[in-house]
Design a protein around this ligand. Sequence first.
Ligand SMILES: Cc1cc2nc3c(=O)[nH]c(=O)nc-3n(C[C@H](O)[C@H](O)[C@H](O)COP(=O)(O)OP(=O)(O)OC[C@H]3O[C@@H](n4cnc5c(N)ncnc54)[C@H](O)[C@@H]3O)c2cc1C
Ligand code: SF4
Length: 507
Amino acid sequence: MSAGVVVEGHTLSHDLEERCDVVVIGTGAGGATVATELAEAGLEVVMLEEGSYYKTEQFEPVASKMVRRLYRDAGASFAIGTPAVHFAEGRCVGGSTVINGGMSWRTPEKVLDRWRREEAVDRISAREMEPYFERVERRMHVARQDPESLGRDTELLAEGATALGYKVIPNLRNQLHCAGSNNCAFGCPTGAKRSTLVSYIPRALTFGARLYTEARVTRILHKRKRATGVEARVGVNGHSRRLTVHAKVVVVAGGAAQSPALMMRSGFKSPSGRLGRDLSLHPNGKVIAVFDENVEGWKGVHQGHQVREFQDEGFIMAVANIPPGVLAMTAPQYGRALGRLIDDYNRMVVAGVLVEDTAFGRVRVGPGGRPFLFYDLSDADAVRLKRGIGLLAEMLFAAGARRVILPFEGVPDLFSPDDVKRIFRDPIPKSAMELFTVHLMGTCRMGDDPTRAVTSSYGAVHDAAGLYVADASLFPSAIGVNPMETIMALATRTAEHIAENRRRLLA
Ligand SMILES: Cc1cc2nc3c(=O)[nH]c(=O)nc-3n(C[C@H](O)[C@H](O)[C@H](O)COP(=O)(O)OP(=O)(O)OC[C@H]3O[C@@H](n4cnc5c(N)ncnc54)[C@H](O)[C@@H]3O)c2cc1C
Ligand code: SF4
């Protein structure tokens, strides 16, 4: 075993060719996991990451700077449809795990059962997945928060939910003595959050993997239907070199938007016709509640609790503090009213509803080979979203809120629990709903029926050789809880499958 190297793209002075057993595209939840497991199993691994390499000491609570560094397109992307859904994904070493909230939940058993029954996914029961979940949880230290890291905003939502008799649970997060600095979305400045940047990737390097940063894979090389490597443009700000990596196995893990686009622009087609389809995205709606007390929502960990009372109906709730600049951009107020609202920033709780969606959208390739997302909220999901927002408003009033601002244009602010019925009095057009998401899923769905799925149950692309997918694209449906741990458990399973079949795959 020899320690691996990190080559930062902007330092590369000439075009380069590399050879390895496995090349992994992306270093987020799926990519870092599969790369680490394979390096540890003794395979020669090269990781390619489009984003730059930022270290813990470079993370600051300056949202405008950090979104430009760590987020794709500075976090300002939209799925086109009714309503347009704002989405964000990471683009840095560690991918979205560097900017995520750290919530770490196993896939609900009912979802795994459905995937087995309806989607022909092999060996996916909760019992069969248990060792993979356990391994991931150990590697990234999934645990309850230290109590002193919880903030007043999360306590208020828990108090309101409990007062109304609803089930609330403490969030499990991949952290070790998190300090509650609430900077998770802009990079954890203490290293407490065990993103792949500080957990899996250093381990992969220790086991000899090589990492190229600022390396955007432009296409997957193939001879007929056999993947033979990748070609990447490496560098930033106009500095660009070509890197060609010849590999026996190519693993695509660029996330549910980028992965299908890369496969499509490389000329791969799926006999199922599903490549790029079946996009789910857990649409989220948020409310802003103003209290009389000084909440100081920026103190304490991001999302200390989740309200799970309505999970069987298809939605969960939590608080999520948002920096004032971002909040001002998304609040329905303007002019002086917006100024007065922001004056109340210290007294605010921002809380959201996450819907386990039933609609499916699509990724298409646009100019420059970039993915464009199309998604329309279904009628049933719009109803659930309204119900979830109404319940959330009631919980926040039960906790003492004096005003609740809704994500529905044209519906006035609420000032008492009685006002909540306004949400249901008149129909709210979907175009008036302000929605966002950080959970893109689907687009290369797995399953053993090649007429319905893009990959096998283990991520091997049907009708191609030496090509795997190991990221959120694999999900055959939404899962209703935060997806990171599911992605990592599936990637662990995919790595095991590749390692077990190495004789055939590396021949
Ligand atoms: C703000 C935010 C908060 C979130 N909070 C939570 C949470 O609390 N809990 C949870 O479970 N989930 C959360 N998520 C979602 C979770 O982080 C993602 O679902 C998960 O990281 C997706 O894993 P992935 O491997 O599919 O892609 P990613 O983790 O996004 O990684 C993909 C990587 O591939 C790189 N890449 C893409 N295309 C190329 C290419 N062509 N060449 C080279 N590199 C490429 C990207 O730059 C990126 O680094 C959150 C996400 C965000 C954005
Ligand atoms: S709240 Fe915890 S995990 Fe999040 S940035 Fe602060 S120390 Fe890191």
